[in-house]
Structures are given as C-alpha cells and as structure tokens.
Design a protein around this ligand. Sequence first.
Ligand code: C2E
Ligand code: MG
Ligand code: MG
Ligand code: MG
Length: 280
Amino acid sequence: HVKDHGTNNYCIYKPEMNNNTLDKIIMENDLKRAIDTREVIVYYQPKFDTKKNILIGFEALARWNHPELGLISPCEFIPIAEETGLIIELEKLVLEQACEQMKQWHEQGASSLLIAVNLSQRHFYQEDVLCRINGILEKSKLEARFLEIEITESMAMFNEKATITKLNDLRDRGIQISIDDFGTGYSSLSYLGKLPINRLKIDKSFILDICTNRKNEAIVKLMISMADHLSLSILAEGVESKEQIDLLQELGCIEVQGYYYCQPVPAEEAAKFLKADSVV
Ligand code: C2E
Ligand code: MG
Ligand code: MG
Ligand code: MG
C-alpha cells in the first residue's frame, strides 16, 4: 500500500514481506544496490535554540529515493538494513554525506553548527566503529566536536559495560553524544549519571500532547530537571506548535526540533536556514 504523508510520498514495502524469505532477499538486494548507486540519500532537519533564536545544527536522516516506489521512510528499510548487516555501509554513506555537507556549511560561514547522525545498535557495537568514524572525519576535515552521534535510550540499555566503554572512546575523540527517544527506554538515574553523554532528546511521544496531558507535562518537567542535575543539554523533538514551544521554554527546555519549523529536507532546502536571521 502507499501512504501519503503530506508533501512526502512514502511508498511502503508491504508488511507481510517481512515474513517471507524470498521477498526479504529481493529487498536486501534492492537495498544493497541502492546504497552502491546512492539512491540512499540524506535529509536534514534543523534544530533551534528558542531563547537565542538561532539555528544550532541539523539532524541527518536517511531516505531511500527508490526509482519506482518513490521516497521510502527509514522506518521501512533501517530494520532490514540492521537485520542483514547492510546498515554498516548505509550509515557510512550517511556519515560521509553529512560530515562533508556540514564542512561545506562551515566554510560558508555557519562555523558553529553541529551535525547529528543516528547510529544503529549493530554499528555502535561494531569493534572498529571509532576507526570508521575517524576515517570519515579526517576525509571530510570536519572537527570532531561538531559531530554528534545519536543512540537511542534502549540501545544504551543493551549492555551497560560495553556502552560505557564505547561512549568513552567517542568522547575521548571529541565527538558529542545524544540519547535519542529519551523516556521510552527505562534507564535509571544512576545509570544515566555514569554515561559520558552531552544531551538528552525527549521522545516526541511526550511532546505530542504536552499542552493537554498533565502527566506528560509532569514527565517532561522531570526530564528537564534530571538533565539539569546531570549537567546535560536537553532537546525536545516533535515540536509542532507555538504553544508547545512556549510551554517547553517555560519548563526550561529551549532546544527544539520539529515540523513547526521544518520537516527533514534535502541539503539545498536546509541551507535556507543558514541565512535566516530569525526563526520564530
Ligand atoms: P529519530 O532519530 O528519532 O528521528 C526523528 C524522527 O521524527 C524523524 O523521522 C523525523 O522526521 C520525525 N519528526 C521530526 N519532527 C517531527 C514532528 O514535529 N512531528 C512528528 N510526528 N515527527 C517528527 P524519520 O526521518 O522518518 O526517521 C525515523 C527514524 O529512523 C529516526 O528516528 C531514526 O531512528 C531512524 N533513522 C533515520 N536515519 C537513520 C540512520 O542513518 N541510522 C539509523 N540507525 N537510524 C536512522
Ligand atoms: Mg535521531
Ligand atoms: Mg528520536
Ligand atoms: Mg525515533
């Protein structure tokens, strides 16, 4: 079936395909080819500081621009890429494109912007992940402190010891770390305190109805307080209205990302935000 998400036409691989080995092999081969031929591309979603009224960076999000099926959502192909191991090559492509693009934007004058890239569990726990990221940073000449790696809270929960070791390696290299989809992964306060991370990203499910759901407002308030006590930055994802921004600001969360400002867009379109004086 084909779903129409407003301006983005996402054509969806049929759900029943996931259970059929032959279909999976077809999709795996298709995805393998798509990575080689650069049908997998990067979209960028801006992140803002609503107090200073400035752009702070972008999140890089993978898209599959399929010649017959149109734009395919990462929710469709990331799980298959993870399952088949293609995710390593796919994320290498995303990292390369994103770092090179950000280096260009820096050279055009936006020299303090961060670029955030999502890392899968499989890639994050790969032995040579730091080595690969190093190679990409060197090639693009982007300074490590402008690269932010996003790992989900549930990934961070997978293996405490291994996670801390990996995160320390990345931090020692100067790379920033965010915990994505925060609030959905049941991590404890004591564990969070042990992680060498820079930022929490509040999951969009809490932001969705924050203005009408007192429980979610209370949870977000608590997350902001936690971040504060742990000296971490905090960002709200999935911000779609001015009311949400105002409430978040009142609660003390000033970094935001969401459709209110902009959907993830191709680099040329994202570049428009570099020149804007004011965003709100
Ligand atoms: P994520 O990292 O949590 O990214 C945020 C998702 O929320 C994006 O979906 C974005 O388009 C969407 N979003 C942003 N603002 C709003 C809003 O205001 N309202 C709503 N309803 N949604 C909003 P997208 O681009 O479809 O990506 C979905 C997920 O796919 C990402 O979630 C991430 O987990 C995964 N993904 C994308 N690219 C990669 C990648 O290169 N590697 C890995 N491992 N995962 C990726
Ligand atoms: Mg993310
Ligand atoms: Mg998220
Ligand atoms: Mg998510």
